[in-house]
Design a protein around this ligand. Structure first.
Ligand SMILES: NC(=O)C1=CN([C@@H]2O[C@H](COP(=O)(O)OP(=O)(O)OC[C@H]3O[C@@H](n4cnc5c(N)ncnc54)[C@H](OP(=O)(O)O)[C@@H]3O)[C@@H](O)[C@H]2O)C=CC1
Ligand SMILES: O=C(O)[C@@H]1CCC=N1
Length: 360
């Protein structure tokens, strides 16, 4: 398209517009995109705000800390959530959420409790100020969490969920909202295990929530109210981007944004290896690789003449980097001949399929 514009003697602006037209095919006509409950009419500013927040650094979503409000990563003022929050399991993802909520000041250490199994976990949580730490969820911990909190996050491995749900079920009342982050575990499984009328939300967060740059999706169970959805959205928005999806999309979300950080880390590591191979010291190579990935991701959310719903198509951005007969196109050709694009697609599909398998 760019070549065509040049052949027609168009200037850079007209050429950019021509590229925009070609790239807009990626958005289906009339498509409604929902970002954290916002409809497409508002999503451009939400996406731009998300990018602005992430540009402000790792604490970009952090709140003012006064007056009981904080800022979401979309820049909107969030009210601190008054309800007490319990975590059953607080490992990699549970602790990332706890730290993220605290950093965003959407909750406070006195309003959070955890059920954990080992002393290391207990120490780590005490160091961030959590005072109410209970033992194994299958040995009384769930009862104590249910007594302490009205919102209960289930953050154990999917394989541990049957016994955790069995232990928790007798203590769940209509006042509780149960939020599961377990890959693959369906709303029906959660609702059946927790008993008739249980208010359940299924969430797929990711670990960058720790630094207010998470990407989460959620779906509501049969008995969860709109207010429950708004509450979960408030919490997840405080630690990054959040979007409501249909449950049938949750395995795909898991394969993409749940597992995705690991795929990107592998890419950063490989880029840094390339830098070392080309002669850079390891630390310089790693810093350049990670900053390049972060900056490239932010560019997708930049608002230019080609953007649609606040996003620029990555193909447009890629084309702007690659000069004719330059360095980038040589590297891109190498990636394409190595099948990297297909490898990423297959990685997401395989991870999504594994999420489906975990449903049992
Ligand atoms: N890691 C990630 O990036 C993401 C994970 N998830 C989901 O989050 C969940 C947790 O994953 P992750 O944080 O990685 O796993 P971790 O193993 O790091 O954390 C799970 C924690 O749960 C604890 N636990 C297990 N059984 C009990 C019990 N009966 N009572 C109290 N605590 C218990 C474990 O303790 P112990 O160590 O003693 O076994 C562990 O600390 C999974 O369901 C996963 O699918 C979702 C999105 C992203
Ligand atoms: O690897 C896993 O199973 C979890 C779910 C998504 C990310 N980590």
């Amino acid at each position: 398209m760019r070549l065509l514009a040049a052949e027609q003697g168009l200037g850079p602006a007209a050429a950019a517009a021509a590229v925009a037209v070609s790239r807009q095919a990626w958005l289906l006509p009339g498509r409604q995109l929902q970002w954290a409950g916002l409809t497409s009419s508002a999503s451009r500013s939400a996406a731009a705000a998300a990018a602005a927040a992430s540009q402000s650094g790792s604490t970009g979503g952090g709140g003012s800390g006064s007056g009981g409000s904080s800022s979401s990563s979309s820049g909107a003022k969030l009210k601190a959530v008054p309800e007490r929050i319990g975590f059953i399991g607080a490992g990699q993802m549970g602790e990332a959420l706890i730290r993220g909520f605290l950093k965003a000041r959407v909750s406070s250490p006195g309003k959070i409790c955890c059920s954990v199994r080992d002393f290391d976990r207990q120490d780590a949580l005490e160091r961030i100020g959590i005072g109410s730490i209970f033992g194994d969820a299958t040995e009384g911990g769930s009862e104590e969490v249910a007594r302490f909190a009205r919102i209960i996050f289930l953050c154990t491995k999917p394989q541990a969920m049957p016994e955790v749900l069995e232990a928790l079920a007798p203590h769940i009342t209509p006042d509780h909202l149960v939020v599961s982050i377990a890959a693959g575990i369906t709303l029906v499984t959660l609702e059946e295990a927790l008993g008739e009328g249980a208010r359940v939300v299924r969430v797929m967060p990711n670990t960058p929530s720790l630094v207010q740059s998470g990407a989460s999706a959620f779906c509501l169970g049969r008995h969860a109210t709109q207010q429950d959805g708004e509450l979960v959205e408030t919490l997840l928005s405080s630690v990054g981007f959040c979007i409501q999806v249909q449950e049938k999309q949750m395995d795909a979300v898991t394969g993409l944004s749940g597992s995705g950080p690991a795929f990107v880390y592998l890419m950063i590591e490989a880029l840094a290896d390339g830098g070392v191979a080309a002669g850079l010291p390891r630390d310089t190579a790693l810093a350049l690789a990670a900053k390049t990935v972060a900056g490239a991701a932010q560019m997708v959310f930049s608002d230019d003449e080609t953007s649609v719903l606040g996003m620029v198509h990555p193909g447009v951005l890629k084309d702007r980097v690659a000069s004719p007969a330059g360095t980038t196109i040589e590297g891109l050709a190498e990636l394409e001949s190595s099948g990297v694009r297909g490898a990423f697609i297959r990685a997401v599909k395989r991870a999504a399929a594994r999420s489906k398998e975990l449903a049992g």
